[in-house]
Design a protein around this ligand. Sequence first.
Ligand SMILES: [Zn+2]
Length: 90
Amino acid sequence: MILSTWIIVAALVLLLLLLLLLIKRESRYPIRLEKILVKSVIQCMNCGLKVVRNFENQDYVFKPCGRCPSCGGDRYIVAIYGQKIKSKSS
Ligand SMILES: [Zn+2]
C-alpha cells in the first residue's frame, strides 16, 4: 500500500515538473502578434488600370469603385490581401 502511494506521489511530481517545463518553454517563446496591412486592389474593367490602396471599412471583392480616371470605365475591387509590416527587430 505504501509503495503504491509513493508511485502516485512520484507520478504527480513528475507531472508537475513537466507542466513547469512547458510553462517555461512558452514564456521563452512568447506569441508574437504580427502586424498586417490590408490592401485592396482596384482595377478598371475597360482599360485594366490597377490601383492599390489601403483596405477601407466595408471593402469586398467585386465592389464597384466608381469611374476610372483614365478612360471613365467601371472600376471594381479585384483583390484584397494582407501584407506583413516589416519591423526593425526581425
Ligand atoms: Zn480605365
